[in-house]
Design a protein around this ligand. Structure first.
Ligand code: MIG
Length: 763
């Protein structure tokens, strides 16, 4: 270990292995470095690597690996706390990670804006935006303090460095923003921090390294990859639910999951059902299961503070709720009225929460949707009383009801959690500021325990709004309350890509948009996009225009059906790629530069993406767009390749192409040398076809050998972890069309679902 004691700070550098090192920084040497509130990382131990070195510089220090500089830091100092924060007002630490002017910075999780992050500052603080957010809103629901730097764009020397700040307290990242030297300004609301440095020749290696640390993304049950349908307020009772379920089947629009938002509960009290509207939840769920639907229920963390309500009484008895500064149960207003909040950082509390969740799993619920878990609270009970009495006092002197009062009222939600005090398993009292960003992660861990107990051999499905590194092991994530606008559809591409690069690949926006009324064309374009996003759920808010795929007449319904069916055709491909993502951490949805790092142009394309390494998608993101400019990358920087149009079979060349995009066309291409396994569409993921088709692009003249990976298992058990799966690679040589391709079996632990294969080479 390298240790350096400076006048104002202390550093410790430790190599975990050749690619990853850990750097502890502290301006308060007497304080312990360990942040034991964060759940343990997947690798903590070092293998004794010694080639990592800490070097002092005139203006700071650098970290080197085998003599090569990895990162240089300067201006390490304590700064005064930001007034935005009601807590942590001890000592804040700041440093600058120096970067070259032409470097690029990626990552940072759930952030808006282009993929390259320079020129803005970003905060890590899980936050509900109270309604829809804008193109530069920050922070949002989840916090992923991890960025990736590319120091040189030319491929031979391309060099990527990931920096993961292992810190849950509020932090800020100024990316090459208004300051010299240029770099990433990191500010943390604590006098110490821990940075993990992850090196890689390619960006993929950095993401892999990051997920080795924070956890590989979960492998979802197959039904979670289907089309999911949801709306706040709908279905409002059992009959409406069954009608909705039948409607999909009658219209032959595939669908796998129906969601119950807060309208299903008895006065919004968590883990209950409204007895009048949903009198027999078990039998309703059973009927849905018979129709091959899965059911996902919303679970908010707030428990209504009400004696006689079973969950409250039980929680009170077991003392599971977060306290306030006076030692009372913290009470804050959310949907059911004043609520109390489980203190998930304690094991016993997670165990209690798992038992509560277990009750709805016993009723047959298949998936659990964690909302409001930032936690989002409208205002605290004591807080509102205080403000009210202060305002009343001031009424005698009207001059004092000024702008600051207005701001205080406006920020009431943001500051509502300030007085929360948590308690650890060791009985230590902890300010909320240290726990806030971890709250959703711990809730997800508790929810996962519920699945583990009730269905030990099944893969759980948890959907979360808030999160922190590690959440990818437990949950899929949606990007919160967007709106039904074209701008938001565009943003949803950037945001989903950004989350994937930040280690959270199972993501997607509310398809169709949450807030406001959708227009038919937008809904159709967004369903097209959703059909190839990792997580595909149509969701919208209370009292907004309907977003059922059939809501706007035959013309739109036909196209919506075509694309939702495409999703189901592509399941063999998507499922294979999800498995690969689970193993590697490399996201299924990738920016072009992740696959084509040598092609400079790819770095400026944020609105197209690849699925795996073989399929390129160029969603149409503008109203009335009869044409779309599509960039098809060059291989190895400048080598022309062919791209096969999924729909027409036309072969296009690398470079910019202007394509016709009538309303029923979303351009999709197969990369040269690749192929896509698919089947005829099915109405739900439980149905399998026996003919597996493989559409291939063997390049001009059909010369290139194509290899196509394929994965299969039972779709829902954890058997894959014990080897109960099939993995193979089709090898298709020149002239392979129509014939049964050679299948190289790599893992033979499950019976393939197909009995026939058909190779299609349209080009
Ligand atoms: O806005 O439960 O983001 O998906 O439909 C109110 C109602 C609270 C916010 C979630 C949204 C959900 C809604 N919730």
């Amino acid at each position: 270990m390298n240790v350096s004691h400076e006048e104002n700070y202390k550093l410790e550098l430790e190599g975990l292995d050749r690619k990853i090192s850990r750097l502890n920084v502290s301006t308060r040497p007497e304080k312990d470095f360990v942040n034991d509130l964060i759940p343990p990382l997947d690798i903590e131990k070092t293998d004794g690597e010694t080639h990592w070195e800490l070097n002092k510089k005139s203006d700071g220090f650098s970290v080197e690996s085998s003599g090569f500089p990895v990162a240089e830091f300067t201006e390490l100092k304590e700064v005064s706390p930001d007034p935005v924060d009601g807590q942590n007002n001890g000592h804040w630490l700041r440093l600058i990670h120096k970067l070259a002017d032409d470097s690029r910075v990626f990552g940072l999780g759930e952030k808006t804006g282009y993929l390259e992050k320079s020129g803005r500052s970003y905060e890590m603080w899980n936050r509900d935006t109270n309604g829809f957010y804008t193109h530069n809103e920050d922070p949002l629901y989840s916090s992923i303090p991890f960025y990736i730097v590319q120091e040189d764009g030319s491929c031979q020397t391309c060099n990527f460095l990931g920096v993961y700040l292992h810190q849950a307290e509020r932090s800020k990242f100024n990316i090459k923003y208004g300051e010299r030297p240029y770099g990433v300004g990191v500010t943390v609301s604590s006098p110490k921090t821990m940075l993990y440095l992850i090196t890689g020749e390619e960006i993929k290696q950095v993401v892999k390294g990051y997920t080795r640390l924070t956890g590989k993304p979960l492998f979802p049950p197959k039904w979670a990859l289907g089309y999911h349908h949801s709306k706040y307020g709908v279905p409002s009772d059992s009959n409406e639910t069954l009608e909705l379920a039948k409607e999909f089947r009658n219209r032959e629009i595939p669908c796998d999951a129906i969601y119950f938002d807060i309208q299903h509960m008895d006065n919004k009290r968590v883990f209950t059902w409204d007895e009048d509207r949903f009198p027999e939840p078990e039998s309703l769920i059973e009927k849905l299961h018979e129709m091959n639907y899965r059911v996902v229920n919303i679970v908010d963390p707030g428990v209504k503070e009400e004696e006689g309500y079973e969950i409250y009484d039980s929680g009170k008895e077991s003392e599971v709720f977060v306290k306030d500064k006076e030692g009372d149960d913290y009470s804050g207003s959310v949907w059911p009225g004043f609520c109390v909040f489980p203190d998930f950082i304690r094991e016993g509390v997670r165990d209690w929460w798992a038992r509560q969740n277990g009750k709805i799993l016993d009723q047959g619920v298949d998936g659990i949707w964690n909302d409001m878990n930032e936690p989002a609270i409208f205002f605290g009970k004591k807080q509102i009383k205080e403000i009210a009495s202060e305002l009343l006092d001031r009424f005698s002197d009207e001059d004092h009801l000024d702008f600051s009062c207005k701001n205080r009222l406006l920020n009431i939600g943001e500051s509502s959690t300030n007085s929360m005090v948590h308690e650890t398993d060791k009985g230590e009292k902890i300010d909320h500021g240290k726990v806030h960003n971890l709250y959703a992660l711990y809730e997800a861990m508790a929810t996962e325990q519920a699945f583990e107990r009730k269905r030990p051999n099944k893969r759980p499905f948890i959907l979360t709004r808030a999160g922190f590194p590690g959440i990818q092991k437990f949950a899929a994530k949606w990007t919160g309350d967007n709106s039904s606008t074209w701008e938001h559809m565009r943003m949803s591409v950037y945001m989903s890509l950004n989350l994937g690069m930040s280690g959270l690949p199972f993501v997607g926006p509310d398809i169709g948009g949450f807030d406001g009324d959708v227009e038919p064309e937008l809904l159709t374009r967004w369903i097209q996009l959703g059909s190839v996003l990792p997580f595909f759920r149509n969701h919208s808010s209370l009292d907004t225009a309907p977003q059922e795929p059939w809501s706007y007449g035959e013309k739109y319904e036909k196209i919506n059906r075509k694309y939702i069916s495409l999703r189901y055709s592509l399941l063999p491909f998507l499922y294979t790629e999800f498995f690969r993502t689970h193993r590697s951490g490399v996201p299924i949805m990738r920016p072009l530069f992740m696959e084509f790092p040598g092609d400079e142009e790819t770095y400026s394309v944020s609105d197209q993406f690849l699925l795996g390494n073989s399929m390129l998608v160029a969603p149409v993101l503008e109203r009335n767009a009869e044409r779309r400019l599509v960039y098809l990358p060059y291989e190895d920087g400048n080598r022309d390749i062919s791209w096969l149009d999924w729909w027409t079979g036309d072969r296009l060349e690398s470079g910019y192409n202007l394509l016709e995009t009538a309303l029923d066309v979303m351009p999709i291409f197969i990369r040269e040398g690749k192929g896509i396994p698919y089947t005829e569409p099915v109405q739900h993921t439980e149905k399998l076809r026996n003919v597996l088709k493989i559409k291939i692009n063997p390049g001009p003249g059909g010369k290139k050998e194509v290899s196509v990976p394929i994965y299969h298992d039972d779709g829902e058990s954890k058997g894959y972890d014990r080897g109960n799966y099939f993995y193979g690679e089709f090898l298709i040589e020149e002239g392979g069309e129509g014939t049964a391709p050679e299948l190289e079996v790599k893992h033979d632990g499950y019976e393939p679902f197909w009995t026939e294969t058909e190779v299609i080479n349209p080009g």
